[in-house]
Design a binder for this molecule. Structure first.
Ligand code: ADP
Ligand code: MG
Length: 258
């Protein structure tokens, strides 16, 4: 078997507050391979964002380790770009183009001229050519998320980290964005680690789905969803998988509420 791009091994994450020690995840294992669309799925509070933060290099495991291309993750880096749920992740004083250029120039990856060229190419990929010179407040939520995706992809990171990127969008825009992400992926085959609490979204977006149990998050199951054709949303195969995952997650609830 090929080497994993990302190896998360026995990762326990904790937060220390003055009053409490919160265990967010307990000994979580998973491996992401190049071009995976790997989804972390679980109820609110099960530690999905914490795992993403630790892969991002913002939260150090108290137990276990995280390796990217064989090297231990110790700090944030331009090889791991993050897209968040919030629409305010774009500095409002920069235009769309400046927003997309910023990580490229700030990281020293490209000079201004090449960064501008790269930014234009990625802005076009997400269909926002006509908005390159406007400021984010002129854009809808979906368009802002497209800019955030273009900004992250323009860095051509080893892995794209997405934390419920479509959760604040209305249902139709959300579906549209899921499809757009898949089309972008079909073109570039990037590796993405995608967090969601929506079963439907996990099945649509994911090629592999890690189902997590509630707080503290542990691995419940790992499912292969690659055979699923995302254009068949709502069909029989889709519903079967949805029901199966639902039952897995629901079993937890029954246990934890006695
Ligand atoms: P999810 O993204 O799956 O909803 P999180 O990773 O945000 O879950 O949170 C996992 C657990 O860690 C929750 O119990 C949450 O309250 C706790 N937690 C998250 N961030 C912090 C923090 N900064 N300080 C203390 N506890 C936190
Ligand atoms: Mg979260």
């Amino acid at each position: 078997m090929a080497e994993p791009l990302l190896n998360v091994a026995g990762v326990t994450l904790q937060y220390k507050t003055p009053e409490h020690l919160v265990t967010a995840t307990y000994r979580v294992d998973f491996q992401v391979f190049p071009s995976d669309r790997f989804v972390l799925l679980g109820p609110s509070g099960c530690g999905k964002s914490s795992l993403l933060k630790s892969v991002g290099g913002f939260l150090k495991p108290v137990e276990g380790e995280i390796r990217l291309s064989g090297s231990e993750v110790e700090r944030p880096g331009p090889d791991r770009m993050m897209v968040f749920q919030e629409f305010d992740q774009l500095p409002p004083w920069k235009t769309v183009k400046e927003n997309v250029m910023f990580p490229l120039t700030a990281s020293g990856k490209l000079g201004r001229r090449e960064a501008e060229e790269r930014a234009r190419a990625y802005i076009a990929k997400v269909g926002l050519e006509r908005f390159a010179d406007v400021h984010p407040h002129m854009l809808s939520g979906g368009m802002k998320q497209r800019v955030a995706i273009a900004r992250a992809l323009a860095m051509e990171p080893a892995i794209l980290l997405m934390d419920e990127p479509f959760a604040a969008l209305d249902a139709l825009t959300r579906r549209k964005m899921q499809e757009e992400l898949l089309y972008l992926w079909e073109e570039a085959r990037f590796t993405v680690l995608f967090v969601t609490h929506s079963i439907e979204e996990a099945i649509i977006v994911g090629s592999r789905i890690l189902v997590m149990s509630p707080h503290p998050g542990r691995v419940k199951a790992e499912l292969d969803a690659d055979a699923f054709d995302h254009r068949a949303v709502g069909g029989e195969a889709f519903q079967r998988l949805q029901t199966r995952i639902h039952n897995m997650l629901f079993a937890d609830r029954v246990e934890s509420h006695g």
